[in-house]
Design a protein around this ligand. Structure first.
Ligand SMILES: C[S@@+](CC[C@H](N)C(=O)[O-])C[C@H]1O[C@@H](n2cnc3c(N)ncnc32)[C@H](O)[C@@H]1O
Length: 326
């Protein structure tokens, strides 16, 4: 890793760098990362800083992908064979001012194709429901206004959902990701002993023998996670941006929901594995990974977010110790 010119914190549970993710990833050994999950800048939708290295500081999607593809290539080298990278994204609205028309561009598809071009296998995707009313209030998008339906519905559209796209590096996974699900992350599924007792009573009333508790719990959770649409993610379960100094930035950083990260980490890594986020932001992927007993490596370009991430990662370590002692 680069020497002391770069701000970095390296502790037993995590390493985080205040730097450009492409440069840091170049120092990482081949096949050394078990899983990566992150939310990239959405092309030019938000610009986080005026640094040339900020991938959100671009004038077009072409410019974004010109930069991003260096990271995809390095990610391919550092991920273990047969292991996975999940990225959170959405399709992006076009605007009259920038693109000459109001519509949507296929940013999700462009990301998938960019990964495929570097050898990745398109492995899975899940659509994450987003409330169109909140989106309408936040973005003021014409297509979501009820008055537009009344005036001329030719310009009305649905809300734009989030996606968690997962790509796989070809090859045989040398360390199987094993085990049943022991808890459900999200809203609306009860896998407690009391819920199992009710299930047992129903199954027996139909003259059948129920599965053992652990099997029933794991299958019930898997049926939720295997759904192609996740309707059960709590959008408010995110890390808070804690610094008051650059309040105007708060509208820029959009922390990834902890439940989405937790599901990815649970599905595609083992305890003790190394989880990597090249766009660590305020540390959401790291916070959740550490809480789930994984090690974390992160890179964040913007110093104020990096500092927030360091603090959040330390909180995760402390909370994990507290949980152990409880
Ligand atoms: C969508 S945000 C990530 C938020 C993060 N998932 C969280 O929950 O806090 C994208 C982040 O990428 C950072 N970024 C942009 N270009 C970068 C680069 N070249 N290297 C590292 N970080 C970069 C931005 O500063 C921003 O914090």
């Amino acid at each position: 890793m680069p020497a002391n010119t770069i701000e970095q914190v390296i502790e037993p549970e995590f390493a985080i760098y205040n730097a450009d993710c492409v440069e840091i990833t170049r120092y990482m050994p081949d096949n050394s990362v078990h899983y990566s999950i992150f939310s990239p800048p959405f092309a030019s939708l938000y610009t986080y800083s005026n640094s040339d290295r900020d991938m959100g500081n671009c004038s077009s999607d072409t410019e974004f992908f010109g930069h991003f593809h260096f990271l995809i290539r390095e990610l391919y080298r550092v991920i273990m064979p047969g292991r996975l990278v999940s990225f959170h994204c959405m399709n992006l609205p076009t605007s009259k001012a920038h693109h000459g028309y109001i519509g949507i561009r296929d940013f999700r598809g462009d990301l998938i194709r960019a990964f495929e071009a570097e050898g990745w296998i398109y492995h899975s995707e899940v659509c994450i429901w987003k409330d169109p009313v909140i989106a309408q209030q936040r973005t003021k998008a014409l297509g979501l206004l009820h008055k537009q339906i009344v005036k001329d519905s030719a310009m009305s559209r649905q809300g734009i959902p989030d996606y968690l796209i997962t790509m796989r590096k070809p090859g045989v996974n040398p360390e199987a990701i094993t085990g049943e699900f022991e808890e459900f992350i999200g809203e609306g599924l009860d896998v407690s002993c009391a819920a199992y007792d009710q299930h047992v009573a129903k199954v027996r009333a139909n003259g059948r023998e129920p599965w053992p508790f652990k099997m029933w719990r794991s299958v019930s959770v898997w049926q939720k996670y295997a759904s192609p649409v996740w309707m059960d993610i709590n959008p408010n379960n995110t890390l808070q941006y804690r610094s008051a100094r650059e309040e105007k930035d708060e509208k820029h950083i959009c922390p990834l929901q902890l439940d989405v990260i937790a599901r990815g980490v649970e599905l595609w890594s083992n305890p003790g594995d190394i989880v990597f986020s090249p766009f660590a932001g305020i540390g959401s992927e790291g916070y959740q990974s550490i809480k789930m007993g994984r090690q974390f490596v992160g890179v964040e370009l913007k110093n104020i977010y990096y500092k927030s991430a360091v603090s959040n990662l330390r909180i995760a370590v402390q909370e994990s110790f507290d949980d152990l002692l409880a």
